[in-house]
Design a binder for this molecule. Structure first.
Ligand code: AMP
Length: 370
């Protein structure tokens, strides 16, 4: 039996169990505190960004069932800022306490193959793809899909990790070996046709316990070295496309029965939208909402997970979010010298290359209201 039967809002003073201890958990914990909740973080890292601002921390591996059990007994609801945790851990927690979103959502989102099958099942297009489990299958798949293409691990890839581009001259054995170690732990690979996109957008939708929903405006994302660099809100796309993108995110959240947030990343092509991937949690491309919306993605996340009414996602300002990656964070004082820049730092001690250290939002009056 699921522990998630009664649709009663959790009262302020309750404790939200947060799986994962990174910056998304940190900003969610800050929003939770604003609404009077406590956060108990479960993370393998002792001093991570979320632990620094939370009431309690369990430091343990995501597969440590004794620690998971003890954690679930001390919290009123469980949610995730990181979704790659074992099924058994989620099952164990769900026998004690509501887990939002539920395991079936994580199961789809953990695996690119499940994700693509899911989107096909609701009539939403993705890039052409083939599951590949061996070099022979990769060779056959490249013959079908053509070059250029991208080979990705089905599981555990993020920020471009676990993927290799297959160009006109790429040796397939080399590409296969390049992902070899990743493929071993991730189980399978996916070959995707390379999309010659005009741009990349994302939509974040919130869905409450009662099925009510609210979507943030679609935004335009630019990646640098496979990592999100800037997000512009709103995305410079036609209103019909913005509506189509929000509809895809809403239908996906509905079909999955998400309680919480669902972020859906899409390619804009000359023939329309193709879904790239999704994440059932707050998302880097939603950080602009912190300074430009009536309710930001973190507050919305807390509201959904605690069974509260959702807030308005209305964009009161246009915004640009710039990620501070690695050494970019050294600019903190210069950024603060701009009185209109809103700086958000994650409390990470070491600025390693490629590491997300913070972000800065710059807002301006809405351009579409005249
Ligand atoms: P992902 O980890 O799937 O989000 O990929 C990271 C980034 O790589 C995306 O945001 C795109 O910029 C690029 N990318 C991924 N898959 C494709 C594809 N099939 N075609 C073109 N670019 C891609």
């Amino acid at each position: 039996m699921s522990a998630d039967s009664p649709i009663r809002p959790l009262p302020p003073g309750s404790t939200i169990g947060m799986i994962g201890g990174g910056q998304l958990g940190r900003m969610a914990a800050q929003a939770a505190a604003q609404l009077g909740y406590l956060v108990h973080v479960f993370s393998p890292d002792k001093d991570g960004p979320a632990a620094q601002v939370s009431a309690a921390v369990t430091v343990a591996d995501y597969s440590d069932q004794a620690a998971i059990e003890a954690f679930a007994r001390t919290v009123d609801v469980v949610t995730f800022e990181f979704e790659n945790i074992p099924a058994e851990s989620v099952r164990r927690m769900a026998s004690h306490v509501p887990v939002r979103p539920c395991w079936s959502v994580l199961e789809v989102a953990q695996d690119r193959i499940n994700e693509k099958r899911f989107f096909a099942s609701i009539g939403v297009a993705t890039a052409p793809w083939r599951e590949v489990g061996s070099l022979a299958e990769l060779t056959a798949a490249v013959a079908e899909i053509g070059r250029p293409a991208v080979l990705k691990t089905a599981r555990l890839g993020y920020d471009g990790k676990g993927q290799v581009k297959i160009g006109p001259d790429t040796d397939l054995a080399e590409a296969w070996n390049a992902l070899g170690a990743g493929l071993k732990s991730a189980g399978a690979g996916v070959l995707e046709g390379f999309i010659d996109f005009e741009g990349e957008i994302s939509v974040i939708v919130a869905r409450g316990v009662d099925g009510g929903w609210a979507a943030f405006d679609p935004v335009w994302n630019i990646h640098r070295d496979h990592i999100l660099d800037t997000t512009t809100a709103p995305a410079p796309i036609l209103p019909q496309m913005a509506e189509a993108a929000m509809d895809i995110a809403h239908r996906a959240a509905e079909a999955l029965g998400v309680v919480g947030l669902l972020a859906v990343e899409m390619f804009v092509t000359k023939d329309g939208l193709l879904v790239n991937e999704m994440a059932p949690r707050p998302h880097n491309s939603g950080h602009w909402t912190m300074d430009a919306c009536v309710t930001d993605q973190f507050e919305q996340f807390v509201r959904a997970v605690c069974g509260l009414p959702l807030g308005s996602p209305e964009r009161h300002s246009d915004a640009e979010m710039k990620n501070l990656i690695g050494d970019d964070v050294d600019q903190w004082l210069t950024i603060l010298g701009d009185p209109h820049a809103k700086l958000h730092l994650y409390g990470k001690a070491e600025a390693r290359p490629g590491r997300k250290m913070g972000h800065v939002n710059r807002i301006r009056p809405r351009s579409d209201l005249g």
